[in-house]
Design a protein around this ligand. Structure first.
Ligand code: TPP
Length: 693
């Protein structure tokens, strides 16, 4: 897919703002836009007669402007059908996108993207935005290698200002951009920055840090749209969620809201003064009817709650917010999965994220495995929960995806969902541990980044027994660069006293968990991939000073050190090497941290050592062994194989691993080349394999 001119990735860093300004304000562009709107409206009337879908004629936001209410309703239906048809085939975030159809149409009709940046928090709900900004044709390849990203992508479109997927950032981005626009274009008072944030993402601390700053600046041209569907994956929890729920469900509120809405919509919209007047009427009524003071008390103008599936109502609210000129929060109520009964009926997550499903019934087309790492962890934690009453479980709004649901069912009082708040999860767990419990914090590997300082200072420095279980470690696949769990292996190396296990099979996961929950004076971390453990456990031939020897030739000159999921790869590579007459020994350190000095001695006994891990190669376990070898004065040749230290694209896990050179064939070929030429470096110089920063 080609990026629009002037906005390719290369063009972004230098001249980001001027092209947008000049293009969007050029009168010629406005005229041609008006011409195009008329054209689309006419074509639609003609096309409807010819059976053509209106959606086919929408290539850019300007195409939406001239549409009638009837056409907009038709278009919303077509977008929903398009989403169901496509996402059911590729998998993806179906429910959240079905919920924001009218909202996204409204945003693109009221604001002028990309001149008015629209920033979606997390970004998983940006499919409709993609459809409306010329990317319909990419949906056949959604989340597939070289295909359309599942999140906003700066390389794809000038309409995507940020590419995120880690939650609760949109308000900070928006606040910074709004400040910058005011400074760089003081005369352009019409531009607005729009942040769309879910009620789930609003539970994250960063969102509140941003709100604190936004509220302090009454002239900041920023519109915050809270997309409140009451859910993260499961229903959103916490005081804020309760507060939003009160606003949403106050039984006396709805009829009066209608009255207010009609009166407000009749009044002319002419800037802050009128806004204040109208808003005064509304909030006066609402203060009696619903406890809506929170945002107003913070100093933010509040509009809502709005029915997010009422196209006209949404647009009216957004227009009001746009007219105001300072920070305004539009509270928009939507339903995750709107328009697809199977999604609305899904209790677990309303199709927050689906694999391939039947487009009519919503039934999964791929059997879900009960053997994957998550399910294995889930079973083991239930077992441990029965044995150890002090063990409690902590999730950051991901009860089901991290496998905690079964534990929660047995021990609801020992399970804590803290919202999308990994930092709080870590320090709250420190508190739980201080007061005598042993928390098991289950999060995705990539989200541990958020809680690094809390892990380091609040848990490790205090010598507290907290177990972190990192799911989706290593290459994850279709969620792309921000979701690959390739950072933890490096950052964990820096935490004094930390215990790190990377189980190679289900038996090792069970024993690592048993050991971890028994450690009461330091944090422990267990990481595993999104795949499944091997069908059969990989038992050691023998264990030397805690290091499992898994396979060996009598004359082994080459030592392969496998970590976690890469142990299977190491064993397969060893087989290929033995077939070529190269003697190999494969070991698994079992506990990667604390660093086991016996690994240095073992490595020094070989002519050539290759470490293999499913994490960033810089600063990981391999780098640690290299450093320890050198510190001990050994000159043993060593290569570290890991994920090259660059942002990896999306694709299947297998495809991305292959592109990183993390396959048995690739590793065996390189080792064989190194050994046969006796030049242990050349084979590793290709960009795919090593330090390609
Ligand atoms: C820091 C972080 N933790 C966890 C997640 C995983 N996650 C993705 S979407 C989501 C729920 C988002 O809820 P909300 O913001 O209300 O959006 P909705 O899906 O309901 O539209 C979560 C927990 C994430 N993206 N970022």
């Amino acid at each position: 897919m080609s990026a629009p001119s002037g906005f390719g990735p290369a063009g972004r860093s230098s001249s980001r703002l001027p092209p947008v300004i000049s293009r969007a304000t050029a009168s010629g562009a406005r005229h041609s836009q008006q011409g195009r709107q008329a054209f689309v409206a006419t074509m639609w009337t003609a096309g409807k007669l010819a059976g053509m879908a209106l959606l086919d004629s929408i290539n850019e936001p300007a195409d939406l402007r001239g549409l009638s209410p009837e056409q907009l309703a038709d278009l919303a239906g077509q977008i929903r059908q398009f989403l169901i048809d496509h996402v059911s085939r590729t998998g993806g975030h179906l429910g959240p996108n079905l919920g924001v159809v009218e909202l996204t149409l409204g945003l693109h009709r009221v604001f002028e993207s990309p001149r008015d940046p629209i920033i979606f928090d997390v970004g998983h709900q940006a499919y409709v935005h993609k459809i409306l900004t010329g990317r319909q044709s990419g949906f056949d390849q959604l989340r597939q290698q070289d295909g359309l990203s599942g999140y906003p992508s700066r390389a794809e479109s000038e309409h995507d200002w940020v590419e995120n997927s880690h939650a609760s950032t949109a308000l900070s981005y928006a606040e910074g951009m709004a400040k910058a626009l005011r400074l760089t274009h003081p005369d352009d008072t019409e531009r607005r920055v729009v942040a769309v944030v879910g009620d789930g993402a609003l539970t994250g601390g960063m969102a509140w840090e941003a709100l604190n700053n936004i509220a302090a600046d009454p002239a900041l041209p920023i519109v915050i749209v809270v997309n409140d569907n009451g859910r993260s994956y499961t229903p959103t929890v916490g005081g804020l969620a309760n507060y939003l729920n009160d606003l949403r469900t106050n039984p006396r509120y709805e009829p009066v809201l209608d009255l207010v809405r009609r009166n407000v919509s009749r009044a002319p919209l002419v800037g802050p003064a009128a806004y204040e007047l109208l808003h005064g009427i509304k909030s006066g009524l609402k203060d009696i009817l619903a406890p809506q003071g929170l945002f107003s008390d913070l100093g933010l103008k509040y509009v809502g709650p709005i029915d997010g599936h009422d196209q006209a109502g949404v647009e009216r609210a957004l227009q009001q917010a746009k007219q105001y000129g300072g920070p305004v929060l539009v509270h928009c109520m939507t339903h995750k999965g709107q328009g697809f009964q199977a999604a609305l009926d899904n209790v677990e997550d309303q199709f927050h994220s689906v694999g391939k499903i039947d487009a009519v019934t919503g039934e999964p087309l791929q059997a879900s495995t009960t053997q994957n790492w998550t399910a294995t962890f889930s079973r083991e934690l239930v077992r441990i929960g029965r044995e150890r009453p002090e063990v409690v479980a902590v999730t950051a709004a991901m009860l089901h995806p991290t496998g905690l649901a079964a534990f929660a069912q047995e021990h609801p009082e020992r399970t804590f969902d803290v919202g999308i708040a990994e930092q709080h999860a870590a320090t709250s767990s420190a508190g739980l541990a201080m007061a005598g419990l042993h928390p098991v914090v289950a999060i995705y590997s990539t989200f541990l980044n958020r809680a690094y300082d809390q892990l380091l200072m609040d848990v490790a420095l205090h010598g507290l027994g907290v177990t972190f279980v990192l799911d989706r470690a290593g290459i994850t696949g279709p969620d792309g660069s921000s979701h690959h769990g390739m950072w933890d292996g490096s950052i964990l190396q820096t935490v004094p006293g930390l215990h790190l296990a990377q189980p190679r099979d289900a038996a090792r996961l069970a024993s690592a968990l048993d050991e971890a929950v028994a450690i009461s004076d330091a944090p422990s971390v267990i990481r595993f991939s999104r795949d499944s453990p091997p069908a059969d456990d990989i038992d050691p031939i023998r264990t030397v000073n805690g290091i499992d020897v898994l396979s060996e030739s009598g004359d082994a000159q080459v030592l392969l050190v496998g970590h976690g999921a890469m142990v299977e790869t190491a064993l397969a590579a060893a087989e290929l090497l033995r077939a070529q007459g190269i003697g190999v020994r494969v070991v698994d350190p079992v506990w990667s941290l604390p660093f086991n000095p016996a690994l240095v001695d073992l490595a020094a006994d070989h002519a050539y050592v290759v470490t293999i891990e499913d994490s960033g190669v810089v600063g990981g376990c391999g780098a640690r062994l290299t450093q320890e070898l050198a510190q001990a004065g050994h000159t043993t040749a060593i290569h570290n194989v890991g994920i090259p230290q660059r942002f990896q694209p999306h694709g299947s896990r297998g495809e991305v691993l292959a592109a990183c050179g993390l396959t048995a064939q690739d590793i065996a070929r390189r080792v064989a080349e190194s050994v046969s030429t006796d030049v242990l470096v050349d084979a590793w110089q290709e960009p795919a394999s090593y330090l390609d920063a």
